[in-house]
Ligand binder design. Structure first.
Ligand SMILES: [Zn+2]
Length: 499
């Protein structure tokens, strides 16, 4: 057991370089993959409240974020130490344990004024903190207003302050969280066991001495813990984000990775597809040996022609980079896996089963439209009636309501040695096919660049990465199968495009 544990710890670095739990580190429970943090939360049985730094706590430390954004870091931390010394020396220091805006507003008026006056005393702090005037609902607004100079609030500084601290682990956010924690410690509100004395000392020395890599997570964990046991008053955080949204505009971000690169030209051309289709029709003639029903020949050539037609449609301007391009890719993938499975089995019964499933679907539709349902505009009832009865009298044709093979596509891919291809293409394109949130988010929304809007999304019709090359690669693999089943056909799309 010990050996296995050791082996598990030696995990490979992810390609992205991100320090995160890989799929293998998740617990497979029922139909879910649960990450370690979620399972730990389950064990707490709702005793811990999850509070968000960005949504709930950043607005409470806005004064600190503004100071950090207004001067260099040493200077800002110097101002924080000055405030902490004020608390330390104060005869009622235990009352100054909460440096959040709400906490400050809950001090009695004299102490509140005294603290705010002390915070805004340095000229650069008073300049920066004028931005607080933008918020009518700021807790303790009257005292801030009274102590701040009558200068125009600096909205750009406010954006910088919030932008630098949105992500809870930035240096700026950690500095804000540090001053909050230190006020708790200095005022005597937060007590640590004796054995943690060294850690507390390290926190005091922050950020100049000691092992800051270990101190920073402790500061963040301690700061997060304040709100863990009882829900905090969220009146101000909510008012802050509402006012920021109401009073400042959305900002369009410069596109970075999501925009397809202009010089990445698609290598497949419509002419290449057309030539391949012509050659394939010639090859069909050469290999078509009987006018009797030949499910295998019809299936293999039909699958190839069908996928070439999809690819040809995907070449149309703007389709490869569209949602429809993904639906095309998803279908080509399914055909590729079905074909490989059929070829591996290569059984007359199975070729027939695949074909009969399709005919059964035509029959089912024909029956529905023959009953109470009116056919939609795109359905040619005569055409599906013909397919339903083409091979045999439909009274003999069973309709299969499950999948054609009684296996789902994942299992088919496993049995065909195509699990890697399935993993590569299936899940995300399927999300597009089903209209799930991830693909909707990717294709129809953009992230707003205004930090005061906390990374919300606004509607934008986004151009997606091109799907044509991936689809062409799968089509080439289908053609290769055709060549193996009915030699010799040596034409390929990508090889042809590259010559
Ligand atoms: Zn916005």
């Amino acid at each position: 057991m010990a050996k296995r544990k050791k082996k598990n710890r030696k995990r490979k670095t992810s390609k992205s370089g991100r320090n995160r739990t890989p799929i293998s580190g998740h617990k497979h429970i029922g139909g879910q993959l649960r990450p370690p943090f979620a399972t730990a939360m389950d064990a707490m049985d709702g005793k811990i409240q999850l509070s968000s730094w960005m949504n709930d706590r950043l607005p409470e430390m806005l004064w600190a974020a503004l100071i950090i954004a207004s001067v260099d870091r040493d200077h800002a931390l110097g101002q924080f130490r000055r405030i902490l010394n004020f608390i330390k020396e104060h005869e009622q220091k235990e009352l100054f344990h909460d440096l959040t805006h709400t906490g400050i507003s809950e001090l009695d008026k004299t102490l509140r004024t005294e603290l705010i006056r002390f915070i805004v005393e340095p000229p650069e702090a008073s300049l920066a903190l004028c931005a607080l005037r933008l918020f009518d609902d700021l807790p303790g607004r009257e005292e801030w207003d009274q102590e701040l100079p009558l200068l125009k609030p600096n909205v750009d500084l406010l954006m910088d302050a919030v932008g630098n601290t949105l992500w809870h682990q930035t240096q700026e956010a950690t500095d804000c969280r540090w001053v909050r924690v230190m006020a708790k410690i200095i005022s005597g509100k937060m007590l640590f066991p004796k054995k943690m004395k060294e850690i507390v000392n390290e926190c005091f020395k922050y950020p100049n001495e000691g092992d800051q890599n270990s101190v920073q997570p402790i500061i963040r964990a301690a700061e997060m813990a304040f709100d863990a046991s009882k829900p905090p008053d969220l009146t101000w955080p909510k008012a802050f984000w509402e006012a920021a949204w109401a009073n400042t505009p959305c900002i369009v971000l410069q596109q970075r990775h999501s925009q397809p690169s202009i010089d990445k030209t698609v290598t497949v051309t419509r002419q290449a597809i057309s030539e391949l289709c012509d050659r394939l029709e010639e090859h069909w003639v050469q290999t078509h040996l009987t006018t009797a029903i030949d499910p295998k020949h019809d299936a293999i050539f039909g699958m190839a022609f069908y996928c070439l037609r999809i690819l040809d449609e995907m070449i149309g301007i703007g389709i490869g980079t569209s949602i429809l391009g993904r639906l095309g890719l998803r279908t080509i993938l399914e055909v590729r896996i079905n074909l490989k499975y059929l070829l591996i089995k290569d059984s007359d019964t199975l070729w027939k089963k695949w074909r009969e499933y399709g005919a059964g679907q035509a029959k089912l539709n024909a029956l529905k439209f023959d009953d109470s349902i009116d056919p939609p505009k795109h359905i040619d009832v005569e055409s599906i009636e013909h397919i339903a009865g083409e091979d045999m009298w439909e009274e003999y044709l069973t309709v299969n309501l499950a999948s054609w093979s009684d296996l789902d596509l994942r299992r088919l891919s496993e049995r065909s040695g195509l699990k890697d291809t399935y993993d590569k293409h299936y899940s995300w394109t399927s999300g597009y096919s089903h209209g799930m949130w991830g693909p909707i988010r990717e294709s129809c929304y953009q992230t707003c660049g205004n930090p005061l809007h906390r990374l919300h999304r606004y509607p934008e019709r986004r151009i997606l990465q091109d799907t044509v090359d991936d689809a062409a690669m799968l089509v080439d693999e289908i053609i290769q199968h055709l060549d193996e089943a009915y030699p010799t056909f040596e034409w390929h799309l990508l090889a042809k495009a590259n010559t």
